[in-house]
Design a protein around this ligand. Structure first.
Ligand SMILES: *Cc1c(COP(=O)(O)O)cnc(C)c1O
Length: 431
């Protein structure tokens, strides 16, 4: 019996079956749960060595294409795409730490990541020490313990735009043979590639600049592929010791790529935050225009930051692109072709001024997202940083009058006109 002679319900399911291969120029969307095996041995081979594609949670050609693209943009050896930025952070960390281990992290990190450290990893007996002055190498060294297994930081951080001296902190991680994991979401590989400066692992919320269109969530882990079993094996028994039932170790099978292989084989598919192939496609499409968007966004942001700094309703502007920023020199040293599009500024009128600002913007959208082609505004003190104490908010540069902007690709004159009109009404409010 062929499909043609089969009955109606059978033809409905089988008539479109395709084994054609065509050289599509755009990345095809393999929206399928699984893949047909060529034969008996192919199935066995896939299950024993992981080659080819079997089931989309463990591998998919659309996802794989985007992983190659993002690994290349970050100058890494390989990448694993996952369903969100938070999944990327948790997958990267759970690929290196286990119960009884310790993490040293910058305190200037995304609030969701901070919650992961304090609420979730803590319950797995993984403790985190936070470093406030990330520019001080001794502060990092002092926080390291014998059971430290990872250093974590953001290359460019919200809210104060702190810039990480990636080479200096990578060197400290190297001294104790543990990876430095860098969340590079705000800087993007268009401006900074941490692996080129010694970081071992880079993570992203691909929901932000990599996709850029604000229509999907995604995350990625990129690895430098330089895991050194001789130097770091004692800190990573899960990579160098034989697996369950005496199976060959991850390192014996993957060498320098052991860490990312472990993330792909053991962490991402087991915890299960797999990306949809459709979302992977949309992230890949977005990443094609990353450099153009970031170039325009950075140019717009610098112009707006300078303009805001000149306004009397504005108390301060925390943008690493301004010479007034404490990390400006580090920013000049690390960021190529711009200073990014996200920064905060503080209005003189405190909370009433901030409320007026978010209620009055028109071209800017009031929402909690960043890295979009659209310009966005948010009041961190009552949203992302609402759970913090006043003292903590002060350290993080979040006051009652502080607003966060994520600058888009619009014509900058329209953005400044919007801000100008809003500051006028803010002045009336607080006068
Ligand atoms: C948004 C964000 C995350 C979390 O990413 P999701 O895609 O929202 O899960 C992590 N780190 C940084 C710096 C972010 O901006």
């Amino acid at each position: 019996m062929t499909v043609d002679t089969a009955r109606f319900a059978t033809r409905a399911v089988h008539a479109a079956r395709s084994r054609e291969t065509a050289a599509a120029r755009a990345t095809p969307i393999y929206l399928t749960a699984g893949f047909e095996f060529d034969d008996f041995d192919h199935a066995a081979d896939h299950f024993s060595t992981g080659t080819g594609f079997g089931y989309t949670r463990t591998g998919n050609p659309t996802v794989r294409a985007v992983e190659r693209q993002l690994a290349s943009l970050e100058s890494g050896a390989d990448a694993v795409l996952v369903a969100s930025g938070q999944a990327a952070v948790s997958t990267a960390l759970l690929s290196v730490v286990g119960a009884g281990d310790h993490i040293v992290s910058s305190t200037h990190i995304y609030e969701g990541t901070r919650g992961l450290f304090l609420d979730n990893l803590a319950r797995l007996d993984i403790e985190t020490t936070f470093v406030e002055d990330i520019a001080d190498p001794d502060a990092w060294r002092a926080a390291i313990r014998p059971n430290t297994r990872a250093l974590f930081a953001e290359s460019l951080a919200n809210a104060r735009n702190d810039v990480l001296d990636v080479a200096a902190v990578s060197a400290i991680a190297d001294e104790v043979a543990v990876p430095l994991i860098v969340d590079n979401t705000l800087a993007t590989p268009s401006l900074l590639r941490p692996i080129e400066h010694g970081a071992a692992v880079v993570v992203h919320s691909a929901s932000k600049f990599l996709a850029g269109h604000g229509s999907v969530l995604g995350g990625v882990i990129v690895d430098d592929g330089r895991f050194d079993a001789e130097r770091a094996g004692h800190n990573a028994p899960h990579l160098v010791l034989p697996g369950r039932g005496g199976a060959p170790s991850v390192f014996s099978r993957h060498g320098g790529r052991a860490r990312i292989a472990y993330a792909r084989e053991s962490v991402a598919p087991r915890f299960g935050a797999s990306p949809s192939p459709l979302n992977a496609f949309l992230i890949g499409q977005g990443a094609e225009t990353l450099s153009l968007r970031v170039e325009r966004q950075s140019r717009n942001a610098l112009e707006i930051a300078r303009w805001l700094e000149s306004q009397d309703a504005v108390e301060s502007v925390d943008y690493a692109g301004l010479p007034s920023h404490p990390h400006h020199e580090t920013a000049v040293r690390y960021l190529e072709g711009g200073f990014g599009s996200i920064f905060t500024f503080t209005l003189r009128g405190g909370l009433p001024a901030a409320r007026r600002f978010v209620e009055d913007v028109r071209v800017f959208t009031h929402m909690t997202h960043i890295g979009d082609v659209r310009s966005l505004a948010l009041h961190p003190g009552t949203t992302s940083h609402a759970q913090r104490t006043d003292a903590e908010r002060a350290v993080l540069g979040v006051g009652p009058g502080t607003l966060r902007l994520s600058i888009g690709i619009e014509d900058v004159a329209d953005l400044i006109a919007d801000l100008s009109r809003v500051l006028e009404s803010v002045r009336e409010t607080v006068a």
